[in-house]
Design a protein around this ligand. Structure first.
Ligand SMILES: [Zn+2]
Length: 431
């Protein structure tokens, strides 16, 4: 096994955004992860970049001009003027308008875009963007805490150089926005493992959703029931991904590592441990295909931080201690202060062996239907999304950072950053 060249994208401002009081999505988790990554010394084995910020133009590669224009203009102060637009763009409770919303989208989307570019130019084998992975965002609207779909925009960039891109999603929720974007094409195969049934958000992802037209058989869905554990999950994940590789033979992979599939998640209902979740990441890494790794959901902050720190270590082949290093956030990890605490499951595993074997077989039978490795004539390669001179300008100009005034507004509810016991008192919050 050869060690991979890993690029890691992190904007120090991205953890300062705040969705609002009581909202389960806490960008602050990104600051906690970065702090652990540094204290474990993981930055020594990868290249760290302050990423490019995506422009309106970049976002409109997928989204409609009207929707992105709305995201750019709406603020908590002027929201009254947009009353009619809010429901049209599905902005409100789940996807609130908060201070710096557009900047937040620019940061997480720019990081995925630059990661895709670095992979295209062979500057790295693995690109990591824990701030990305917002898989629910749609062309015309926000959905499930996601506004701009950085994954779709990253994949579109990869498609400039790659004939076939594989998307793998291990978030507890169905990767509906990405599936929908590529439902009609064989250039991207989407494979999502998720909880399905009983109106679990977003309500799509049944195994019978297989793609349409040229894309028929190129959407793969693995619907699990609640409570799935490490052994059951991997028992399906491994053969499905192995078969996908055999039949599809992608030249690039995007892996969405949503951590709401971990046991004890505030919104999720699976029973994976950080080791079980990480096993999937390691399996994908060992396929030796250029891979863009992104984050996604994850609503019990301390466990998200553990999971993505551990997965960073797996991606760079560095063994790290189970004892967490001291950071200013150490109190979050009480009482064990460990990387891999014992898994406490809230529910029985509702997935019988027979059920898991049946979905694995169904997926295999469909994969046999796809034409082996579809290819495209790659004529003129379009130019990269970001020109080198733009990137340099960005790095040299710290003024593009959020103004202090805006930052002050974003941090006004400091306690919301802390995913303490109070947050855990509302496990039934319906989102
Ligand atoms: Zn999710």
């Amino acid at each position: 096994m050869t060690t991979k060249k890993v690029s890691y994208f992190y904007n120090p401002d991205v953890g300062n955004f705040h969705y609002g009081t009581g909202h389960p999505m806490k960008p602050h988790r990104l600051s906690v992860i970065h702090s652990l990554v540094l204290k474990y010394g993981l930055h020594n084995k990868m290249s760290i970049y302050r990423p490019y910020k995506a422009s309106v133009h970049d976002m409109c590669r997928f989204h409609s001009d009207e929707y992105i224009d709305f995201l750019q203009r709406v603020t908590p102060q002027n929201i009254q003027a947009f009353t009619k637009h809010l429901s049209h763009y599905n902005v409100g409770d789940d996807c609130p308008v908060f201070y710096g919303l557009f900047d937040f989208c620019s940061m997480y989307t720019g990081a995925s875009l630059e990661g895709a570019m670095k992979l295209n130019n062979n500057h790295c084998d693995i690109a990591i963007n824990w701030s990305g992975g917002l898989h629910h965002a749609k062309k015309f609207e926000a959905s499930g805490f996601c506004y701009v779909n950085d994954i779709v925009i990253g994949i579109l960039e990869l498609l400039k150089y790659h004939a076939r891109v594989l998307y793998i999603d291990i978030d507890v929720h169905h990767g509906d926005g990405v599936q929908e974007a590529f439902y009609l094409t064989d250039r991207v195969m989407t494979v999502s493992f998720h909880k399905y049934g009983n109106y679990f958000f977003p309500g799509t992802g049944d195994m019978y959703e297989i793609g349409a037209e040229t894309g028929r058989y190129y959407s793969v869905n693995v619907p699990f029931k609640e409570g799935i554990d490490d052994v059951s999950y991997f028992q399906v994940f491994k053969p499905v991904i192995s078969n996908v590789m055999e039949f599809y033979n992608p030249t690039a992979i995007v892996l969405q590592c949503g951590a709401d599939s971990l046991a004890g998640d505030r919104l999720g209902c699976f029973s994976l441990s950080t080791k079980g979740h990480g096993e999937c990441v390691k399996f994908v890494k060992d396929l030796n295909v250029p891979t863009l790794v992104v984050g996604g959901g994850g609503y019990t902050l301390r466990n998200v931080a553990r999971c993505w720190t551990y997965e960073t270590s797996l991606l760079i082949d560095e063994e790290i201690s189970n004892e967490l290093p001291y950071t200013e956030y150490l109190e979050f990890f009480a009482p064990d202060f460990s990387l891999h605490p014992e898994v406490v499951t809230r529910q029985e595993n509702a997935n019988s062996r027979q059920y898991l074997e049946a979905i694995t077989k169904y997926v295999y039978d469909n994969l046999k239907m796809c034409q082996h490795s579809p290819s495209v004539q790659m004529h003129d390669v379009p130019p990269d999304a970001i020109h080198e001179d733009e990137k340099i300008k960005e790095e040299e100009n710290p003024d593009v950072r959020i103004s202090q005034d805006l930052e002050d507004k974003m941090v006004d509810a400091k306690n919301e950053f802390y995913d303490g016991d109070k947050d855990q008192d509302k496990p039934d919050e319906d989102l």
